[in-house]
Design a protein around this ligand. Structure first.
Ligand code: ADP
Length: 492
């Protein structure tokens, strides 16, 4: 199949390196570069949050007018920059009233009350921007609830300019759906006829993701397993039936890793670089993190790392329930994360009482890299995990993941098989404290008593490759399919 050059509009509420709260930003910062490398013409659009360093942005001369129902037309400024590495243009929608605040979606008092207005505004502004740039997309790629209204906007309010565009909506996390008061329909300006149980209506309010699922030409999510799971009651957050009804256009495409960023052979954020066949640096990194957290500096003690949001999704209650039992083993645990207050307080308390436990409450990219490099094993007992990135980073750093078999964790981690010398990590199935405890115990036992198997597994893990190039080709196949350029449904 020869590559057909497509014009692609990629809209996202957060993009690395400009603003990030989670995996969505990693994807939005990397996938467009990989699509450009395949020969496509792609632009990225995100909000101009005021915490983004303005010296990195250039202001465009002319502002945009954005229609907002009875509020009339609101003006948006536009800034621009590029995604480094591959010169993908990125545009920032500026509107002080909506984006001139500290957080992306929330502050200490919780979610911003006007999130619905903010992201309807942003979604419309992204389409207006295309008009201003005379950029006619073949594909509009929206992400999560924030921009889930874009596919329908392109077919209604903006149809004049986007009549030939097809749309993809990627679900990075089904838990967040964008529920708002039904009056948001007025601002959306897509017509109240779309306020019904098959489209945007949910519990007499608006559910943006639900409507997006209905109107996008394809829905993707970030692993095959998660694509199956979200059609079930356990993982569907109430939308399982709706997703089942649209399953013929649902695809699971695993996220890739940006190996320029997450690679121990080039990582400037770690104490000493290392790679397969040259592993001294990993021990230096271990000592470095042991000193950083005031732990005993030892080679032979298994060091287990955790990096992630302190959210129920990440299995923090499971960890909290057995942390003292785990720390009674001859192991060390270090955790980096922030989020639920109870968890921050609980783990802080553990840190003051246990000498083999280190904690950093907060967000630190440098420390995330150092923990990946230093640890022997990585803990990720998520209750659900659409893709998960840290377990994939861990593989590259020779840090064997201990995971629950769900979503992307299940797709990327193969359980250690003692008889057949197979696997790249340790997996458990039931979301119970017992299952987690005994899996950690098992991993620690292999580390201490079967060093050869452990080191072989480490080498296998480090040699695996989860590049964006493969994922981008899968997205390309979906684009070509919905545009009618490929008759056969892609098997991604
Ligand atoms: P999610 O999107 O659900 O938060 P992912 O594993 O897909 O989970 O992506 C999380 C990303 O955020 C990873 O790149 C991870 O390293 C990063 N991250 C999460 N918490 C922190 C933190 N406290 N400090 C630094 N990086 C973090």
């Amino acid at each position: 199949m020869g590559t057909r050059k497509l014009n692609i509009l990629f809209v996202a509420s957060e993009v690395v390196p400009f603003a990030k709260t989670g995996g969505l930003a990693d994807v939005a910062g990397a996938l467009p570069k990989a699509l450009k490398a395949l020969g496509h013409n792609i632009i990225v659009v995100m909000p101009r949050y005021y915490k983004i360093d303005p010296s990195k942005l250039t202001k465009l001369e002319s502002p945009l007018g954005v229609p907002m129902g009875a509020m009339g037309e609101l003006w948006a400024g536009v800034y621009t920059s590029t995604l480094s590495g591959n010169n993908v243009p990125i545009y920032f929608i500026d509107h002080e009233r909506y984006f001139g605040r500290g957080g992306l979606y929330e502050d200490h008092d919780g979610s911003y009350e006007d999130n619905g207005n903010r992201f309807v505004f942003f979604s419309k502004a992204a389409l207006q921007l295309c008009k201003m740039l005379s950029f006619t997309p073949d594909i509009i790629h929206a992400n999560d609830w924030h921009t889930a209204i874009v596919p329908l906007l392109a077919k209604t309010r903006f149809v004049h300019d986007f009549a030939n565009a097809k749309s993809v909506l990627t679900i990075h996390n089904l838990q967040h759906q964008g529920h708002f008061h039904k009056n948001l329909m007025d601002l959306m300006e897509v017509g109240w006829e779309h306020f019904n149980a098959r489209e945007f209506e949910s519990f007499n309010g608006v559910n943006l993701l639900k409507g997006g699922i209905m109107h996008a030409d394809a829905i993707t999510t970030v692993s095959k397993k998660y694509a199956d799971e979200i059609q079930t009651r356990e993982f569907g957050f109430g939308l399982e039936g709706h997703i089942r009804a649209h399953s013929e256009k649902l695809f699971g495409i695993l996220n890739g890793v940006d190996y320029d960023e997450w690679n121990p052979s080039v990582d400037n954020l770690i104490a000493q670089k290392f790679d397969v066949g040259d592993m001294d640096g990993k021990l230096t990194c271990k000592h470095d993190i042991q000193r950083h957290f005031n732990l005993e500096v030892r080679d032979d003690v298994p060091l287990i790392g955790f990096v992630g949001r302190f959210a129920e999704q990440k299995g923090i209650s499971l960890i909290a329930g057995i942390i003292h039992g785990l720390l009674d083993m001859d192991i060390q645990i270090v955790m980096l994360g922030a989020g639920e207050k109870w968890a921050e307080e609980f783990f802080s308390d553990v840190a003051t009482h246990r000498s083999n436990f280190g904690l950093h409450v907060g967000y630190s990219d440098a420390l995330a890299h150092s923990i990946e490099a230093a640890s022997d094993m990585f803990l990720m007992p998520s209750l659900f995990e659409p893709c998960g990135l840290n377990q994939i980073y861990s593989l590259r750093y020779g840090t064997l993941p201990i995971v629950r078999a769900t979503g992307g964790l299940d797709d990327t981690i193969q359980n250690f098989d003692e008889d057949h010398e197979h696997g790249n990590g340790f997996k458990f199935f039931d979301a119970t404290q017992e299952a987690l405890y005994y899996t950690v115990l098992w991993a620690v036992n292999i580390y201490k008593n079967d060093k050869k198997s452990f080191l072989d597994m480490q080498e296998r893990a480090m040699k695996q490759h989860f590049g964006w190039d493969d994922s981008a080709k899968s997205y390309e196949a979906v684009y070509n399919y919905i545009l009618g350029f490929e008759a056969e449904k892609p098997s991604v």
